[in-house]
Ligand binder design. Structure first.
Ligand SMILES: Nc1ncnc2c1ncn2[C@@H]1O[C@H](COP(=O)(O)OP(=O)(O)O)[C@@H](O)[C@H]1O
Ligand SMILES: [Mg+2]
Length: 253
């Protein structure tokens, strides 16, 4: 679906606070993703990244603040397929006996109406998505048979097949080998270059500079946001990750 013209950012978060009973996981968070930009959401474990995604999707009601996706509230944006979501690895149950092709076809559900009638176009888009993540030969395998990196790529293919103009990806690089990581980065850049807007969370410092157009550094609050070179300063990384990691970024893996 084509995003509603350029009068709105792909994503706008205003003074968002959110969390759990007795836990203020996010406080006064402000961020925006411009159409056609790839924005990295960088933060240590426990900094609030997954909670933010839940709030962005309307899965967790914020304590305060607002979320707008191409000018729409989350529920409406989801109904109109303006946004797709790749959940964090440990939020996905891969023990369910599903083939890779069936998993990726789930990305087409928003387009199929309640009858879920599979059209030739759906099949073609599933094939295309599998090819982009280099799993074209594994469509008939069950997801449980795949390696960690292949599973992550299969989940990414599901998001690609959904064709939403804003893609939210929660730690797409977690638990994947170097080859899969490089492939995923290149797929994300291709999507971005085709006009898709992306918010991609990661707790790995290395590679962020070449991954993203913009970086939001999160630690319950937004510590810094802007171009990678403005955000990825030693002082700001020390605040987000602690002094040890900032003086030795390779130690973040
Ligand atoms: N279901 C939950 N119940 C209570 N606290 C939670 C829950 N999920 C996460 N938290 C807490 O919220 C904070 C942010 O967690 P999370 O959003 O998962 O961070 P990240 O994704 O950056 O690792 C942490 O302090 C975490 O312990
Ligand atoms: Mg998380």
């Amino acid at each position: 679906m084509t995003p509603p013209a350029h009068q709105h950012p792909a994503l706008q978060v205003t003074r968002l606070s959110a969390g759990y009973p007795g836990v203020l996981a996010l406080e006064d968070v402000e961020l925006s993703v411009e159409p056609g930009h790839l924005c990295a959401l960088l933060g240590a474990n426990g900094s609030g990244k997954s909670t933010l995604f839940a709030a962005l999707l309307g899965l967790r009601r914020p304590f305060a603040g607002a979320v707008s996706i191409f000018g729409q509230p989350p529920s409406k944006a989801r109904r109109h397929n303006l946004v797709s979501y790749l959940p964090q690895l440990d939020a996905v149950d891969h023990s369910f006996p599903l083939t890779v092709g069936q998993l990726v076809m789930m990305g087409r559900h928003p387009h199929q109406g309640i009858t879920r009638r599979v059209r030739a176009q759906d099949r073609r888009l599933v094939e295309d998505a599998l090819e982009q993540v280099d799993l074209q030969h594994l469509g008939h395998r069950t997801v449980g048979e795949l390696s960690g990196g292949q599973r992550r790529r299969a989940m990414l293919a599901r998001s690609i097949a959904q064709q939403a103009p804003l893609m939210l990806l929660d730690e797409p690089f977690a638990g994947v080998d170097r080859t899969s990581e490089e492939l995923i980065v290149s797929v994300l850049h291709t999507l971005r270059d085709a006009g898709t807007s992306l918010l991609v969370s990661t707790h790995h410092l290395d590679g962020v500079e070449s991954l993203a157009d913009d970086v939001v550094l999160l630690h319950r609050r937004v510590l810094a946001s802007g171009r990678p070179e403005e955000v990825l300063t030693e002082e700001q990384l020390a605040q987000a990750f602690g002094a040890v990691l900032a003086s030795n970024p390779e130690g973040s893996r």
